[in-house]
Design a protein around this ligand. Structure first.
Ligand SMILES: *Cc1c(COP(=O)(O)O)cnc(C)c1O
Length: 231
């Protein structure tokens, strides 16, 4: 647990340095990805001032919501099955993984009586990898053209998981491409959209992502150590 406190401090410092190198002067929010970890770990992060929690599975997210209630903000960052929307749509701050019209329809339908739109990022499969979800980079505009007419969804920007590669410059290229896609859509000036977020960067690549304009970074293992999926 002492490690976690030190890790959080170090990651925050690295975020700040990367931010200073970024030409965009953006503010950066750290989302602590707590998947596979229990409430004890989340509590340590919370005590360090972490307010944003990311989970890739609905079941793990709802567990933490039950435990911590309104004292934290919750981000669903993993792929979302349509039949699980009902468990989270009214409690999450942001869904990062909107990538199908059917999913948009379900969120829109569920949120009918919520009194506010559900905030979502469109996930982009920036590396065109078969193993990953997300809209093809060439189809993001068209996808958003459709979803922007859904009254109970508010698109807040884009999210990606970069390919797991060692070539830093190739990685940088993916993040730059994300930035350009967001700019292009933001320039249309649609009222229903607020393209302010770019959710990209994880433990391995958050500094490059920030240098290329990311303002939400999702960091897990650099804060909490390697995950044990057998638990
Ligand atoms: C697990 C996960 C992360 C965090 O990954 P780390 O490499 O541990 O920082 C970020 N985003 C998504 C979608 C994830 O599933």
């Amino acid at each position: 647990m002492e490690d976690i406190v030190a890790n959080i401090k170090e990651v925050r410092e690295r975020i700040e340095k990367a931010r200073e190198r970024s030409p965009y002067g953006q503010e950066v929010t750290l989302i602590a990805v707590t998947k596979t970890h229990g409430p004890d770990v989340v509590q340590v992060a919370k005590d360090c001032g972490i307010t944003e929690i990311g989970e890739n599975k609905v079941q793990e997210l709802t567990k933490k919501m039950d435990y911590f209630g309104d004292s934290l903000n919750y981000h669903l960052i993993g792929s979302l099955q349509t039949n699980k929307v009902k468990y989270i749509y009214d409690k999450v701050k942001l869904i990062h993984s909107l990538d199908r019209i059917n999913l948009a329809k379900e969120i829109n339908k569920r949120a009918k009586d919520l009194g506010r739109p559900v905030k979502c990022l469109v996930q982009v499969n920036i590396g065109r990898e078969e193993t990953k979800g997300g809209v093809d980079p060439d189809e993001v505009e068209e996808f958003i053209e459709q979803v922007r007419h859904f009254p109970n969804i508010r698109i807040m920007g884009l999210m990606c998981l970069a390919p797991n590669i060692d070539d830093r410059e190739e990685l940088r290229g993916y993040f730059q491409k994300m930035y350009k896609i967001r700019e292009k859509i933001a320039e249309k000036g649609y009222n229903e959209l607020d393209m302010k977020y770019l959710s990209m960067g994880m433990s391995n690549d958050f500094e490059i992502a920030i240098e290329e304009g990311a303002n939400l970074v999702r960091v897990g293992s650099a804060l909490f150590g390697l995950r044990d999926y057998s638990k």
